[in-house]
Design a protein around this ligand. Sequence first.
Ligand code: ZN
Ligand code: ZN
Length: 305
Amino acid sequence: MHLQDARINNQQKEFFEIPFWFQPDDHMFNLRADRFEQLAAEETSDWHKYLTFLANLCRAQQILFDRHNNQQALTLPQTDHEERPLSTLLITSHSPLINHLFNELYTLLEQQLSPTAIQVWRELRQLEQQELIQLCVKAFNQQINLAQQDYTVWINAVLQIIYTLAAKKLAKEQIKPIANIGYCPCCGTDAVGSVIIGRGNLEGLRYLQCGICNSRWHSIRAHCSFCDSSHNLTIQNIEHTSEAALAGAEAECCPNCQSYRKRYRLAKQQYADPIADDLASLALDIMLSEEQWRRGGANPFLIMT
Ligand SMILES: [Zn+2]
Ligand SMILES: [Zn+2]
């Protein structure tokens, strides 16, 4: 692009109001499942199995999302937090619905579960409702301990459904930028990553994505999404790769806080999803950890061991 074109483009953007918040798409779990399938088809290692399993999990999430969206099963609790509309009150005020979602998810996936996963589910289903709710609150606050890690994927899958249902009920007037831009303005979760819009009026803008309620919110690209510094930010990626996920994945590295968060260029990978593409581009994380960068961003399906 010529400099003059770029100026015109920027001037046009000044007249155009940049939406701060995007509600989750009605079909987002299916879109994510499609992406997981695409990425799994490219993966030649054993990781292929996990990506395929997550595609099936997302399909089940979509079925449950549609079912409960239609039934209007969820009512928004009064907010107990001045910065954001959704908190753990959403969990504690919907115990029967959450219990029900666990049972429904298990029924949908039962045929595909490994013996190990069936054992994990057996333990989960034996919990008293109150214990299960407490575990969900801990998972939401990212306080699950090592002994409970096996439950994480299942609990996060249920949390995603209920928080996405809730985010669909919010009006844009309720969503305000919060002090720490890296946290979701709806539910306060640390962003899993971001996308750089590939075309249209919003081309080139950065939208961070919540891994729990699936909201997306705008933040200025020139600033670190952890410490807000705008000095010497660098972008790292894996060059000359033919793998789809790695071709679109980049890491925004900030020397001020020594952290990075991943982002995905939709111009290069139109269907990139910050949760799915993150899990298919871990080679980038390995490269950065060798260079002592600290990973930021919570992926609900990434189990750290
Ligand atoms: Zn959120
Ligand atoms: Zn920083």
